[in-house]
Design a protein around this ligand. Sequence first.
Ligand code: GRF
Length: 192
Amino acid sequence: MQQIAIFASGAGSNAREIIRHFQHHPTIRISLIVCNKPGAGVLQIADKEKIPALMLEKDNFFRGDAYVETLKEFGIDFIVLAGFLWKIPDALIKAYPGKIINIHPALLPKYGGKGMYGAHVHESVIEAGEKESGITIHYVDEYYDHGQPIFQSTVAIEPTDTPESLAAKIHQLEHKFYPVIIEEILNKPNKG
Ligand code: GRF
Protein backbone atom coordinates (compact mmCIF):
# COMPACT_ATOMS: atom_id res chain seq x y z
CA MET A 1 0.00 0.00 0.00
CA GLN A 2 1.28 3.47 -0.89
CA GLN A 3 -0.01 6.07 1.52
CA ILE A 4 -0.62 9.70 0.60
CA ALA A 5 -0.94 12.77 2.81
CA ILE A 6 -2.83 15.68 1.27
CA PHE A 7 -1.71 19.08 2.54
CA ALA A 8 -4.61 21.53 2.10
CA SER A 9 -5.83 24.61 3.89
CA GLY A 10 -8.72 25.86 1.77
CA ALA A 11 -12.13 24.67 0.67
CA GLY A 12 -10.63 21.32 -0.21
CA SER A 13 -12.38 20.63 -3.51
CA ASN A 14 -9.22 19.08 -4.95
CA ALA A 15 -8.73 17.01 -1.81
CA ARG A 16 -12.31 15.77 -2.16
CA GLU A 17 -11.79 14.70 -5.78
CA ILE A 18 -8.52 12.96 -4.93
CA ILE A 19 -10.13 11.13 -2.00
CA ARG A 20 -12.99 10.00 -4.27
CA HIS A 21 -10.64 8.84 -6.97
CA PHE A 22 -8.66 6.58 -4.65
CA GLN A 23 -11.54 5.42 -2.46
CA HIS A 24 -11.45 1.81 -3.63
CA HIS A 25 -7.94 1.74 -5.02
CA PRO A 26 -6.15 -1.53 -4.29
CA THR A 27 -2.67 -0.08 -3.64
CA ILE A 28 -3.00 3.67 -3.02
CA ARG A 29 -4.65 5.17 0.04
CA ILE A 30 -5.26 8.73 1.23
CA SER A 31 -4.22 8.31 4.85
CA LEU A 32 -3.92 11.83 6.21
CA ILE A 33 -5.10 15.40 5.66
CA VAL A 34 -2.60 18.01 6.84
CA CYS A 35 -3.93 21.52 7.43
CA ASN A 36 -2.77 24.81 8.89
CA LYS A 37 -6.09 26.63 9.04
CA PRO A 38 -8.59 25.88 11.80
CA GLY A 39 -12.09 25.82 10.30
CA ALA A 40 -10.93 25.18 6.73
CA GLY A 41 -13.48 23.41 4.52
CA VAL A 42 -11.07 20.56 3.91
CA LEU A 43 -11.38 19.55 7.58
CA GLN A 44 -15.09 18.83 7.16
CA ILE A 45 -14.27 16.71 4.14
CA ALA A 46 -11.67 14.77 6.15
CA ASP A 47 -14.20 14.25 8.91
CA LYS A 48 -16.90 13.04 6.53
CA GLU A 49 -14.52 10.66 4.79
CA LYS A 50 -13.13 9.45 8.13
CA ILE A 51 -9.59 10.44 7.24
CA PRO A 52 -7.44 11.67 10.14
CA ALA A 53 -6.44 15.33 10.06
CA LEU A 54 -3.22 16.76 11.41
CA MET A 55 -3.26 20.45 12.38
CA LEU A 56 0.07 22.21 11.93
CA GLU A 57 1.51 24.81 14.28
CA LYS A 58 3.66 27.37 12.51
CA ASP A 59 6.62 27.18 14.93
CA ASN A 60 6.75 23.40 14.89
CA PHE A 61 6.50 23.32 11.12
CA PHE A 62 9.22 25.84 10.35
CA ARG A 63 11.55 25.56 13.35
CA GLY A 64 11.09 21.91 14.23
CA ASP A 65 11.41 18.86 12.05
CA ALA A 66 8.37 19.85 9.96
CA TYR A 67 6.37 16.96 11.44
CA VAL A 68 8.51 14.42 9.60
CA GLU A 69 8.28 12.00 12.54
CA THR A 70 4.50 12.22 12.61
CA LEU A 71 4.22 11.67 8.86
CA LYS A 72 6.46 8.62 9.14
CA GLU A 73 4.35 7.31 12.02
CA PHE A 74 1.32 7.51 9.74
CA GLY A 75 3.32 5.56 7.14
CA ILE A 76 3.14 8.40 4.59
CA ASP A 77 5.06 7.70 1.36
CA PHE A 78 3.98 10.60 -0.81
CA ILE A 79 2.76 14.17 -0.26
CA VAL A 80 0.22 16.00 -2.41
CA LEU A 81 -0.21 19.75 -1.94
CA ALA A 82 -3.69 20.98 -2.86
CA GLY A 83 -4.22 24.57 -1.80
CA PHE A 84 -1.48 24.61 0.84
CA LEU A 85 0.01 28.08 1.10
CA TRP A 86 3.01 27.71 3.38
CA LYS A 87 6.42 27.14 1.85
CA ILE A 88 7.58 23.57 2.34
CA PRO A 89 10.56 23.51 4.75
CA ASP A 90 13.84 21.91 3.67
CA ALA A 91 13.48 19.25 6.39
CA LEU A 92 10.34 17.95 4.67
CA ILE A 93 11.85 18.11 1.18
CA LYS A 94 14.88 16.15 2.41
CA ALA A 95 12.67 13.55 4.09
CA TYR A 96 10.54 13.10 0.94
CA PRO A 97 12.88 13.69 -2.02
CA GLY A 98 10.98 13.64 -5.31
CA LYS A 99 7.85 12.67 -3.44
CA ILE A 100 6.08 16.00 -2.96
CA ILE A 101 3.95 17.51 -5.73
CA ASN A 102 1.87 20.65 -6.03
CA ILE A 103 -0.83 21.98 -8.34
CA HIS A 104 -0.75 25.61 -9.42
CA PRO A 105 -3.75 27.30 -11.07
CA ALA A 106 -1.79 28.87 -13.96
CA LEU A 107 0.71 27.97 -16.64
CA LEU A 108 4.03 28.15 -14.78
CA PRO A 109 6.59 29.67 -14.98
CA LYS A 110 4.18 32.56 -15.59
CA TYR A 111 2.01 33.75 -12.71
CA GLY A 112 3.83 31.83 -10.00
CA GLY A 113 5.90 32.66 -6.94
CA LYS A 114 5.24 34.17 -3.56
CA GLY A 115 1.86 35.88 -3.29
CA MET A 116 0.59 34.28 -6.49
CA TYR A 117 -2.25 32.18 -5.14
CA GLY A 118 -6.02 31.98 -5.34
CA ALA A 119 -7.78 34.99 -6.85
CA HIS A 120 -4.48 36.91 -7.23
CA VAL A 121 -3.41 34.52 -9.96
CA HIS A 122 -6.60 34.80 -12.01
CA GLU A 123 -6.81 38.58 -11.58
CA SER A 124 -3.26 38.97 -12.89
CA VAL A 125 -3.88 36.65 -15.84
CA ILE A 126 -7.03 38.55 -16.88
CA GLU A 127 -5.42 41.97 -16.35
CA ALA A 128 -2.52 40.95 -18.58
CA GLY A 129 -4.98 40.13 -21.37
CA GLU A 130 -3.83 36.51 -21.70
CA LYS A 131 -5.70 34.39 -24.21
CA GLU A 132 -5.26 31.21 -22.23
CA SER A 133 -4.47 29.95 -18.77
CA GLY A 134 -4.39 26.49 -17.22
CA ILE A 135 -2.94 24.28 -14.55
CA THR A 136 0.57 23.10 -13.76
CA ILE A 137 1.35 20.03 -11.69
CA HIS A 138 4.98 20.03 -10.56
CA TYR A 139 7.45 18.55 -8.11
CA VAL A 140 8.13 20.73 -5.08
CA ASP A 141 11.58 22.09 -4.36
CA GLU A 142 12.79 24.77 -1.98
CA TYR A 143 11.39 27.66 -4.05
CA TYR A 144 7.74 28.61 -4.51
CA ASP A 145 6.16 27.14 -7.67
CA HIS A 146 9.57 26.20 -9.03
CA GLY A 147 10.16 22.43 -9.14
CA GLN A 148 10.23 20.27 -12.25
CA PRO A 149 6.92 20.41 -14.16
CA ILE A 150 5.04 17.14 -14.57
CA PHE A 151 1.89 18.12 -16.44
CA GLN A 152 0.08 21.15 -17.87
CA SER A 153 -3.37 21.57 -19.36
CA THR A 154 -4.73 24.78 -20.87
CA VAL A 155 -8.08 26.51 -21.13
CA ALA A 156 -9.07 29.40 -23.42
CA ILE A 157 -9.92 32.76 -21.87
CA GLU A 158 -12.92 34.46 -23.49
CA PRO A 159 -13.26 38.26 -23.53
CA THR A 160 -16.23 37.88 -21.16
CA ASP A 161 -14.25 35.90 -18.58
CA THR A 162 -13.78 37.36 -15.10
CA PRO A 163 -11.33 36.15 -12.43
CA GLU A 164 -14.25 34.22 -10.93
CA SER A 165 -15.30 32.49 -14.15
CA LEU A 166 -11.69 31.68 -14.94
CA ALA A 167 -11.24 30.23 -11.43
CA ALA A 168 -14.24 27.96 -12.05
CA LYS A 169 -12.81 26.72 -15.36
CA ILE A 170 -9.44 26.08 -13.72
CA HIS A 171 -11.02 24.16 -10.87
CA GLN A 172 -12.69 21.87 -13.40
CA LEU A 173 -9.33 21.14 -15.00
CA GLU A 174 -7.76 20.51 -11.60
CA HIS A 175 -10.47 18.07 -10.59
CA LYS A 176 -10.23 16.24 -13.89
CA PHE A 177 -6.47 15.84 -14.01
CA TYR A 178 -4.90 15.97 -10.53
CA PRO A 179 -6.15 12.57 -9.29
CA VAL A 180 -5.19 10.86 -12.56
CA ILE A 181 -1.71 12.38 -12.64
CA ILE A 182 -1.11 11.41 -9.00
CA GLU A 183 -2.03 7.84 -9.88
CA GLU A 184 0.31 7.87 -12.88
CA ILE A 185 3.23 9.12 -10.78
CA LEU A 186 2.66 6.53 -8.07
CA ASN A 187 2.37 3.75 -10.61
CA LYS A 188 5.73 4.55 -12.15
CA PRO A 189 8.42 2.12 -11.06
CA ASN A 190 10.97 3.70 -8.64
CA LYS A 191 8.53 6.40 -7.50
CA GLY A 192 6.43 6.20 -4.35
C1 GRF B 1 -6.51 25.34 -6.27
O1 GRF B 1 -6.89 26.23 -7.27
C2 GRF B 1 -5.05 25.03 -6.37
O2 GRF B 1 -4.54 25.14 -7.65
C3 GRF B 1 -4.43 26.07 -5.52
O3 GRF B 1 -5.33 26.27 -4.47
C4 GRF B 1 -6.64 25.95 -4.90
C5 GRF B 1 -7.26 25.03 -3.90
O4 GRF B 1 -8.64 24.87 -4.10
N1 GRF B 1 -3.08 25.73 -5.19
P1 GRF B 1 -9.43 23.79 -3.26
O5 GRF B 1 -9.22 24.08 -1.79
O6 GRF B 1 -8.90 22.44 -3.62
O7 GRF B 1 -10.87 23.94 -3.64
